[in-house]
Write a protein that binds this ligand. Structure first.
Ligand code: SAH
Ligand code: SF4
Length: 368
């Protein structure tokens, strides 16, 4: 494995879109269809070496080899088993770490189809937004992921698990809309028929509420789904746990969401973690129902997953149910998330955090 300072300067070939590869082929005086050939080897045949691209000339293969990396992410830890939620911790080439989560059929996550294989992707190493309850933000932000590093999570997990992923949620580590250009590029590769081929309607972006970027996304010709991490239904409650609410308050956020719904003719989802004595009172349930009704948004209630080192707690089952019933009574389509993976700390960022705090592992991997 490469260590800090030894990072190979070659870009990953998975950063390239069809037009990017066509442009590259043109500089090599090759016809544009070479780009499609390369993409077929990468995404349909899933080769692991340029040398295997047998319908390309030796010269072209050597040129690809000298300019790009075709090297899978290194999986350094894995938890869970085939029919449960599985978490994968990956070492990146600069020895930073991210995690991805593979969730088998997940009825409480956006729909009820039982053949769903949902993959939760990270978009940044760490997160700058510092939500008080979240493991990903605890150690701050290190860097944005490149488009290829986002795409490689899908490829690597399909290879490791033997499963075909058919649903993508950008709910892993990091704030996707703060890595906007790379997010869009990765979405292009994930949805394209020449790429991974998962349609935009099966891709959900979750955001803590970057209002201008939500509008930007609404202006894109893409039918991706939007989920908002709400977690508080009034400004005073929300801003005690989510600092971003001081920059974009609920009024600004709701306007941006309304713009998204209007442009996309889509219903969005509000995610709402239930944290004991913080946001689980009936006043919040009523306000939440009011906000959701206005936008005809769905509400996904998520009992809080405890994070090592943080003192927040999940409410009792009774309190969860009372909150859930109050939201539904308010005329809202609400679900309460089935606790897949709670035992293995499903909330993203936790495996990395635990691993970073595990001195034996940290010592042997020079963790960052
Ligand atoms: N930054 C984006 C996407 C990543 S977070 C966002 O905030 O939306 C994905 C989801 O996991 C968010 O709704 C987040 O609030 C939630 N989450 C974070 N920590 C959690 C925890 N300890 N228990 C349950 N959900 C958590
Ligand atoms: Fe970042 Fe999202 Fe975690 Fe907030 S909830 S710290 S925005 S990853």
């Amino acid at each position: 494995m490469l260590h800090v300072g030894q990072m190979d300067k070659k870009p990953s070939v998975f950063n390239l879109t069809l037009s990017g590869l066509e442009a590259w082929a043109a500089t090599r005086k090759e016809p544009p269809y070479r780009a499609k050939q390369v993409l077929q080897w990468l995404y349909q045949k899933r080769v692991s070496r340029f040398a295997e691209m047998s319908d390309l000339s030796g010269r072209l293969r050597a040129e690809l080899e000298s300019e790009f990396l075709l090297e899978p992410l290194e999986c350094v830890r894995k938890t869970g088993s085939r029919d449960t939620t599985q978490k994968f911790l990956f070492a990146l080439r600069d020895n930073t770490f991210i995690e991805s989560v593979l969730i088998p059929a997940s009825p409480a996550l956006y729909g009820s189809a039982s053949d769903r294989k949902t993959l939760c992707l990270s978009t940044q190493v760490g997160c700058a937004y510092g939500c008080r309850f979240c493991a990903s933000g605890l150690e701050g932000w290190t860097r944005n992921l490149e488009p290829g590093e986002i795409v490689e999570q899908v490829l690597r997990i399909e290879a490791l698990s033997g499963e075909k992923v058919n649903n993508i949620v950008f709910m892993g580590m990091g704030e996707p809309l703060a890595n906007y250009d790379n997010l869009l590029k990765s979405v292009e590769i994930i949805r394209a028929p020449w790429g991974i081929g998962i349609g935009a309607r099966h891709i959900t972006v979750s955001t803590s509420g970057l209002a201008p970027r939500i509008r930007g996304l609404a202006d894109q010709p893409l039918q991706i789904r939007l989920a908002i991490s709400l977690h508080g239904a009034t400004d005073d409650v929300r801003q005690t746990i989510m600092p971003i609410n001081r920059k974009f308050n609920l009024a600004a956020l709701m306007e941006a969401c309304a713009y998204y719904c209007e442009k996309k003719h889509q219903r969005i989802t509000f995610e709402y973690i239930l944290i004991e004595n913080v946001n689980d009172g009936l006043d919040q349930a009523l306000q939440l129902a009011r906000l959701a009704r206005r936008l005809e948004a769905k509400v996904n209630l998520i009992p809080y997953n405890t994070v090592q080192g943080l003192s927040w707690k999940r409410p009792s089952q009774t309190r969860q149910q009372t909150f859930y019933r109050a939201v539904r009574k308010g005329g809202v389509d609400a679900t309460i998330r089935l606790e897949k993976g709670h035992d293995i700390d499903a909330a993203c960022g936790q495996l990395r955090l635990q691993t970073m705090r595990d001195k034996n592992f940290a010592g042997s991997h020079n963790l960052r």
